[in-house]
Design a protein around this ligand. Structure first.
Ligand SMILES: [Zn+2]
Length: 568
């Protein structure tokens, strides 16, 4: 039933959203919907094909030369193409309004080519079709030499220099075809614009023209007019903040006042309110659960509830039964999952004084039941890697000050206790025992220090997701080191990352201060994800640049993933 609801919600959203009618011409894992026209293969059909799928990307090897052509024809659309030269840079291109094959040089279909050749991306090439641009003589040469067949001046120079990204980085090309007009942007720059095109519809083709090129996406969206500036369609701005549906999937609201939910509602944030075994006491768990239920009752549209259990009495008879009974009661009252906390692994001791880790067999029955019941497990296991480093090597200011003030939790000072690797291994062992378990790693699954390592973990656990709660400092720090890498990571794993803050309310602060703190944090992170602006934050030293994710990626990280995982 829950799955059906999620599907229905997804359908409703898909039907109304801004990208409602987008078509992924490249589906990410096959060449379905495309066919090859490679003249050299007529005589040698067993030649290595120049087009293939590799690591989720469409690859044009460049040779033998030819075209990969859509089965269908299209008119009035925006085409978004993300590409890069994988090795030596060279020649390639995207053809629009393609029709009769091999109409030029017994190779090229009738079409209008949008050039991707290194240093010339955005040129038009007329291939037995034609188009006009402003200042034609300057950009195409003497009028008498213009033409659309072999030997004629078929090239029309683009409008800019330097719009291409450095070699190896991804380029975002946007081509809009509307009626007899074609407009092209590269990485946000308008690089060509033509009118009076001799054709208004046709197939779309990708070239193999001597150089290896990787395509990460080829997405087509129907349009009813040309865009002035494609950023308006492809990216959010800071001003969009209040209007976009969002979720903060990791908060702790333990009070009867509703300031937090009111602000969240005003700013279009859904919330996941999480119970934690912070005091290692059943009383603490029960008190928090009453608060989160009270909050949910007051704002049922706003909240989802994650409960927890306590390790208090772990060594006493009846602890397992008590825990199972308690969790069943919470699920009956509407909780959709549980949180396990770092006290397992870092605090809870066995009778021999060693630490009880998450993969301890005494937890097996609990996790098996959660796995069978499709309950979500939010796992905060271990700590940021900084916890095991000396203060001066820590990457973020918030970790430095926390561990300076709480030396009892600063594991660098306690080499006798389990290591970072021990904590990660115990968590992974637990996941290995329950391959169907719904698991969200809180705080970037404590792999906040490296997007490469987190990517490897995602690949190892294909069902798992993570929240970003209280780890934006580490994201900012990594952005200072390798912004493109961080941006590519967020795009590649856009289905696995959920926005969250770890903010909360225990009723003690001034309500105006709380509202201000919520807004400042939420807006800071929104600015980071949607804009490419230079920013500063007290979490890290020095400035960093926002990663300006495409709108569709922001929608997933901020809302659609939360809908899928929590059933909003
Ligand atoms: Zn938390």
């Amino acid at each position: 039933m829950k799955n059906l609801l999620v599907i229905l919600l997804a359908l409703i959203l898909f039907a109304c959203g801004p990208t409602s009618e987008s078509i992924e011409l490249f589906d990410g894992n096959s060449l379905q919907g495309w066919r090859m026209d490679v003249p050299a293969m007529d005589a040698a059909p067993d030649t290595t094909k120049p087009f293939l799928v590799r690591d989720g990307k469409l690859v044009s090897l460049g040779n033998p030369q030819g075209h990969l052509i859509t089965d269908k024809s299209y008119e009035n659309y925006r085409l978004e193409v993300r590409y890069r030269f994988a090795g030596e840079p060279g020649n390639c291109g995207v053809l629009v309004h393609a029709s009769t094959p091999r109409s030029l040089y017994e190779m090229f279909p009738k079409s209008l080519e949008v050039q991707m050749m290194h240093k010339n991306a955005g040129d038009f090439w007329c291939i037995v079709e034609d188009i006009k641009v402003p200042e034609m003589e300057k950009r195409r040469g003497p009028r008498a030499e213009w033409g659309i067949v072999e030997g004629k001046k078929r090239r029309i120079l683009n409008l800019t220099d330097g719009s291409e990204k450095p070699l190896g980085e991804w380029n975002d090309m946007v081509i809009e075809c509307f009626e007899d007009k074609i407009k092209v942007w590269l990485n946000g720059d308008l690089v060509n614009e033509g009118y009076d095109c001799t054709v208004r519809s046709g197939q779309i083709a990708v070239q193999a023209e001597g150089s290896e090129v990787e395509f990460e996406k080829i997405v087509l969206t129907p349009i009813t007019e040309l865009t002035e500036n494609p950023d308006e369609a492809s990216y959010y701005t800071q001003a969009d903040y209040p209007d976009v549906p969002k979720a903060d999937v990791h908060v702790h609201v333990r009070t009867d006042r509703t300031t937090f939910a009111e602000k969240a509602k005003a700013d279009q944030f859904k919330l996941v309110n999480i119970v934690v075994d912070g005091a290692s006491s059943w009383q603490g768990i029960e008190d928090q659960f009453e608060y989160v239920m009270l909050q949910q009752k007051a704002f049922p549209e706003q909240y989802k509830v994650i409960t927890s259990f306590s390790v208090e009495g772990f060594h006493e008879a009846g602890w397992l039964e008590k825990t199972q009974t308690w969790l069943d009661q919470c699920f009956d009252r509407g909780a959709i999952g549980i949180k396990v906390w770092k006290n397992i692994g870092m605090v809870l001791q066995d009778t021999d004084g060693s630490n009880v880790m998450l993969d301890d067999s005494r937890f097996d029955d609990i996790f098996t039941k959660l796995e069978e019941g499709n309950k979500l497990v939010v796992g905060h296991l271990g700590e940021p890697l900084n916890c095991w480093l000396p203060l001066e090597e820590m990457t973020t200011n918030n970790d430095r000050s926390y561990f300076k003030n709480n030396p009892q939790y600063h594991m660098h000072l306690h080499p006798e206790l389990p290591s970072y690797e021990d904590q990660m291994r115990a968590r992974n062992n637990r996941l290995d025992k329950h391959p169907e378990l719904e698991f969200m790693g809180a705080h970037m699954a404590s792999i906040e220090w490296s997007v490469d390592s987190l990517a490897a973990w995602f690949d190892r656990y294909p069902k798992a997701t993570v929240d970003l709660a209280a780890r934006m400092g580490q994201v900012f720090w990594q952005t200072q080191q390798h912004r493109e890498k961080v941006r590519d990571f967020f795009i590649k794993y856009q289905d696995r990352l959920l926005y969250a803050t770890d903010m909360g309310d225990n009723g003690s602060s001034d309500p105006a201060d709380l509202t201000k703190r919520l807004e400042e944090t939420w807006k800071r992170d929104w600015q980071y994800f949607v804009s490419g602006e230079e920013m500063e934050s007290d979490l890290v030293n020095g400035s960093f640049q926002g990663i300006k994710l495409p709108r569709a990626v922001v929608d997933k990280i901020y809302f659609q993933n939360a809908q899928r995982v929590f059933g909003f």
